[in-house]
Ligand binder design. Structure first.
Ligand code: AMP
Ligand code: ZN
Length: 694
């Protein structure tokens, strides 16, 4: 596979993971650290840049939006931003990988220049892997505790924090005025182990456990957990007399009864020493009673903070050093081949269970057979496992010194392991071409019912498996033909749940063409493409009619969506010639036509939702470019509304652009629009065009 195709696959996987973890975060059950999440987002952005993905098409991922239903929220007076990181992926202007030392030097240089100083005293602190919290003290008394949330506002957890008994509800001595302190709630490892031993169902790891505990609605009993906090920063104050440096501020907090890292803090003016302290600290990790995921290098002189400011994403007073991910050896017991919803065959490593970065790993995707061949992974090998972005288990490499004699290379399957159909290759992937393949049927139905597709309430994976195995469901339309009695007879169901599922199915009938298209698991048709196709064709009939003419090589039809010259844009944004060939052939296949007929038969709506095609004269046919952060609309949302009203959204400004919609911190597109004389409007004006102004 070319680098591009590889990047596209990675990007698609990343978007799924980001969505998943964002949802988990919002539900108050995060499975990964903020840092791991940010790393995924960073990598996503890097790939999206590399692939030239239109910014309007990108995931507008918000790191750590941790709101839990039922919690009051509060705005942060000073936003809780994430930190800039030294990144193993960073490259210099000539494309060479940049060592941490060079990255840190560049950071020191920039700060010294901005501050017009020759020497920059910094301090280095461990970065505890817990839950950030912002604590407001008035006249020394704890008045409010708020989670990081989306960085601008978070959930109020004052009662929960106060109940712990380990976070001072009153600072020692007499303090006048308001003061907001930032800290990290964490579960000491020994306390976690002690508490976990008393539970029937143990918690996975201290961080998740701590996050869950602090979002308990009823605080009673939290004092039993042993959860504590480290304080690392004073965010702002009103009228409190505070020391002038970060180091002294920590001492000041310690004197008032708050836990700080004083003994762990390293002060220096040398960037080399700062980096060495970070590297050396890694060795101490195992001896600490808390998890840390890196170090933070901060400017010591607090007066400088206000002179530095921040970008929209990171403050300028500090930079984080992240430890390399934990890597563990284990034995590869077997290589299984799994069949995906579109028939893709994926090799999966079955591992002797091993504890890595917080969870036990016993399976890891080997991605594809080319990758497997490149790494030369063989059954019986000792392999090194780590978690990419601390989440997805990966086989990094084989320890060849431990290879047993006679270990044989893995041979990619010639046939589908499930249905025995001869496998076909496309680029680097191998597919089972049989749409009736039992594994494919199951995976497709799971996808069809899932949240991103038809969102059928009550139809989870377990139920899908049952209706396939016991009720003979094979195609999406079969689902809608299920009777309440049939459903009620399944395991763990009953009349009431069966009725709910039936109601869920009825409701799903009205999701519209875009969701249906996404649900069919057609190769190259993800969520965005499905919506774009639906918006363009409006009905399944029009789409299928078009597909058959496309397949018949009807010149006129082929030209509209996929111009021969790759520089020209087709009528459907982002649809490349190669994908068009694949998509329309599949749509025109007897199997897919049969599904559409079946869905029409059971009354599933196969046209674009009426609400989605309110064409507006002020928008229709016009090209928009978005830049900067809009005050209320997310990029994806603005794009969706413009498209729904018949407009186009493009990633770059040209003379053909009708409007540039500019928000805060607009980029170079703003300047370009000015120089070309393109009309620049703000969000309010866009809403007015959309007919939504008050
Ligand atoms: P990140 O979210 O990875 O960009 O890093 C920022 C977060 O690191 C903050 O919101 C804190 O919750 C956490 N953190 C832990 N220890 C420290 C520390 N010593 N200094 C600053 N932030 C810290
Ligand atoms: Zn098969």
């Amino acid at each position: 596979m070319g680098g591009r195709a590889r990047a596209e696959v990675e990007l698609e996987q990343l978007s799924k993971q980001i969505r998943y973890h964002e949802a988990a975060y919002r539900a108050g059950v995060p499975e990964i650290t903020d840092a791991a999440f940010d790393e995924m987002v960073e990598r996503y952005q890097e790939l999206a840049d590399l692939l030239g993905i239109d910014p309007a098409e990108r995931l507008d991922a918000q790191p750590g939006a941790d709101h839990t239903a039922g919690f009051e929220t509060a705005e942060h007076r000073v936003p809780m931003l994430s930190l800039e990181k030294l990144s193993p992926n960073r490259r210099d202007s000539s494309g060479e990988p940049m060592p941490f030392s060079d990255q840190l030097s560049a950071w020191f240089r920039r700060r010294k220049k901005e501050l017009e100083i020759d020497e920059l005293p910094v301090i280095v602190e461990p970065k505890v892997d817990g839950i950030s919290v912002s604590l407001l003290y008035t006249n020394g008394r704890l008045r409010r505790a708020v989670t990081r949330g989306d960085g601008r506002k978070g959930d109020v957890i004052t009662k929960q924090v106060a109940q712990l008994g380990t976070v001072p509800t009153k600072l020692a001595g007499t303090i006048k005025g308001d003061l907001e302190i930032r800290g990290e709630l964490y579960w000491p490892l020994t306390e976690f182990a002690r508490f976990n031993a008393t539970l029937e169902k143990p918690l996975i790891n201290p961080r998740n456990g701590c996050a869950g505990m602090m979002k308990r609605k009823k605080p009673a009993g939290l004092e039993e957990t042993g959860i504590r906090a480290f304080f690392y920063q004073i965010a702002w104050d009103d009228g409190v007399e505070l020391p002038a440096t970060q180091n002294e501020a920590l001492q000041w907090l310690a004197d008032r009864g708050a836990d700080v890292y004083l003994s762990e803090v390293f002060q220096t003016i040398s960037e080399e020493d700062a980096l060495r302290y970070c590297e050396d600290y890694d060795a101490r990790r195992g001896t600490l009673d808390y998890d840390i995921d890196g170090m933070v290098i901060k400017i010591d002189d607090l007066a400088m903070y206000s002179r530095l400011g921040a970008t929209g994403h990171h403050p300028h007073w500090g930079i984080a050093y992240k430890f390399p991910p934990e890597r563990k050896p284990t034995k590869l017991l077997a290589i299984e081949v799994s069949v995906g919803k579109s028939g893709k065959l994926t090799p999966v490593a079955i591992l002797e269970p091993v504890f890595v970065s917080g969870t036990t790993v016993s399976r890891a995707s080997l991605h594809n057979f080319v990758e497997l061949e490149r790494k030369d992974v063989r059954v019986g090998d000792t392999v090194l496992v780590e978690k990419a972005g601390e989440i997805i288990p990966q086989v990094v490499e084989v320890d060849k010194t431990k290879r047993k004699r006679g270990a044989r290379r893995f041979v990619p399957p010639k046939a589908c392991p499930t249905c025995g159909t001869e496998a076909v290759s496309e680029e680097i992937f191998v597919y089972c071409p049989n749409p009736a393949c039992p594994d494919q049927v199951r995976e497709r139905l799971r996808h069809f019912a899932s949240r991103q597709a038809m969102d059928i309430d009550g139809m989870g994976e377990v139920l899908v498996d049952q209706v396939v195995d016991k009720l003979g469901v094979r195609a999406p339309d079969d689902l809608f033909r299920l009777e309440v009695d049939q459903l009620a007879a399944l395991d763990r169901m009953g009349k009431k749940s069966a009725e709910n599922v039936k109601a869920g199915l009825e409701e799903a009938k009205e999701r519209g063409l875009g969701r249906v298209l996404n649900g069919l698991a057609i190769r190259h048709v993800g969520e965005t493409m499905a919506e774009d196709l639906a918006a363009y064709f409006k009905t399944a009939d029009a789409l299928l009619e078009f597909a058959s003419r496309y397949v018949a090589d009807d010149e006129e039809v082929v030209q509209t969506v996929a111009p021969a010259k790759s520089t020209e844009r087709g009528a459907i944004e982002g649809l490349a010639r190669k994908s068009a060939d694949s998509i329309f052939h599949e749509l025109d296949s007897p199997a897919v036509r049969k599904v559409f007929a079946g869905l029409a038969d059971v009354g599933v709506s196969l046209s674009v939702k009426a609400a989605d095609i309110r064409e507006l004269a002020a928008i229709a046919g016009k090209t928009f470019v978005l830049t900067g952060t809009l005050p209320t609309l997310k990029r994806t949302e603005a794009t969706k509304r413009i498209k729904a009203a018949g407009g186009k959204v493009s990633g770059s400004v040209s003379k053909k652009t009708d409007y540039v919609v500019a928000g805060d911190d607009p980029g170079s597109k703003f300047d370009k629009a000015q120089s070309l004389g393109v009309e620049i409007i703000d969000e309010a004006a866009l809403l007015a065009l959309l007919g939504e102004a008050e």
